[in-house]
Design a protein. Structure first.
Length: 379
């Protein structure tokens, strides 16, 4: 997802925006402004056009945020951890363990996204009926495009929500997530090829925007689907090990009652980019602290305890020692996480540790395999 930065926290869930998101927002506002000043919806003044362009962007990208928030809040309702929401140019990604509650939980988490977008379309349609002039046209446009995005997102293939809904359905029917992943991958390739065909057709019939958009989504679906067999093969190999097998020793811990001044002097100055577990006297991990989080609070009162500046544990990727490495990698992605057992710190683990285990255990005694981590199919 590239570079990102945190802009808010919603009910304990951090919200990030990617660099690509900021770029696409600017392009979107500019495109709307040009359409309102030079197209068929031309308004009387550039000031009015700019105001409507910004309003349209706020409503449109606000509906994208609602879509991702619906995924996150549903996961939280099912008691599944959510470590963040990231908005990117093609929509967003909710970082959660959607498969933790089986096929039904995974289906519900995926389903609420398009359902929320469709509900936003209904709200835009009602609002357009209560408005007049250019505002009516803008709201009607938002209703129409929201319906199209909801429909697109239900197509059965990754990285769309429809791909995860298909995965959950096949998983529930076959009782095999491996079979479900393979089915979702193959169907995604077929649907992606159809979208590319639509793009080629539209390119020869005048609608260049629809052509480019359909072809782009189709190519992403084809690429993701084609990589599914490789991902399944890697998962089967990683399933032979556990987090306890691959984890490294735990990082230094910070007592929850240590002052932020002491924390900065004794722990954080040595590693300005790292995050360290904050623990109670009994060893229970409360969360993590970084130089940035410590300074936000410590700048006002350096004598406050570390517990006042920690990042909560529900925003920190954690795994149990007995979890298999395929599930660990699915959850962590490119991040590092903590290995906890009954709230106690046992170690730390990340992609480099899993690769080290892979090369030592899987490649030992045989021809070297090519280590590469296919991206999560839903992001």
């Amino acid at each position: 997802m590239g570079g990102r930065w945190k802009i808010a926290t919603i009910r304990g869930i951090p919200l990030y925006v990617g660099t690509s998101w900021a770029v696409i927002v600017g392009i979107y506002i500019w495109g709307e402004y040009v359409g309102l000043t030079q197209g068929g919806l031309a308004t009387e003044t550039p000031g009015t056009a700019l105001m409507l362009s910004v309003l349209t962007a706020v409503l449109f990208f606000g509906s994208v945020l609602l879509h991702e928030a619906a995924h996150a809040l549903t996961a939280r309702a099912l008691d599944i951890p959510v470590s963040g929401i990231t908005l990117v140019f093609w929509g967003g990604a909710t970082e959660t363990r959607a498969n933790a509650r089986g096929p039904l939980g995974e289906f519900l988490i995926a389903f609420v996204g398009p359902a929320t977008t469709l509900a936003a379309a209904a709200a835009f349609w009602v609002a357009s009926g209560l408005s007049h002039g250019t505002l009516h046209d803008v709201l009607h446009y938002l209703a129409t495009i929201s319906v199209w995005f909801a429909a697109l997102n239900t197509l059965p293939g990754f990285p769309l929500d429809g791909g995860r809904m298909l995965l959950a359905a096949v998983w529930g029917f076959s009782h095999s997530r491996r079979t479900a992943l393979r089915a979702a991958g193959y169907v995604g390739v077929a649907v992606g090829a159809a979208l590319v065909g639509i793009g080629i057709y539209e390119l020869t019939h005048g609608d260049s925007f629809l052509a480019i958009f359909a072809a782009y989504v189709g190519m992403v679906m084809i690429g993701t689907g084609r990589g599914m067999d490789k991902r399944i093969a890697l998962r089967e190999q990683l399933a032979q090990g556990t987090a306890g097998d691959a984890m490294r020793p735990p990082p230094p811990t910070v007592p929850a009652d240590m002052t932020l001044s002491q924390t900065l002097d004794h722990v954080l100055r040595a590693d300005t980019a790292g995050a360290f577990p904050v623990v109670e006297a009994d060893g229970r991990v409360l969360g993590t602290i970084s130089r940035a989080s410590a300074r936000r609070v410590g700048a006002r009162d350096p004598m406050r305890p570390a517990r006042d500046a920690l990042v909560p544990l529900n925003q920190t990727p954690t795994v149990a020692p007995e979890e298999t490495l395929d599930e660990v990698l699915e959850w962590l992605g490119a991040r590092d996480g903590l290995v906890l057992s009954d709230g106690q710190l046992r170690g730390a683990i990340g992609p480099a540790d899993i690769e080290r285990w892979f090369r030592h255990v899987i490649e030992r005694g045989g021809a070297p395999a090519t280590w590469s981590i296919p991206p999560r199919p839903d992001v």
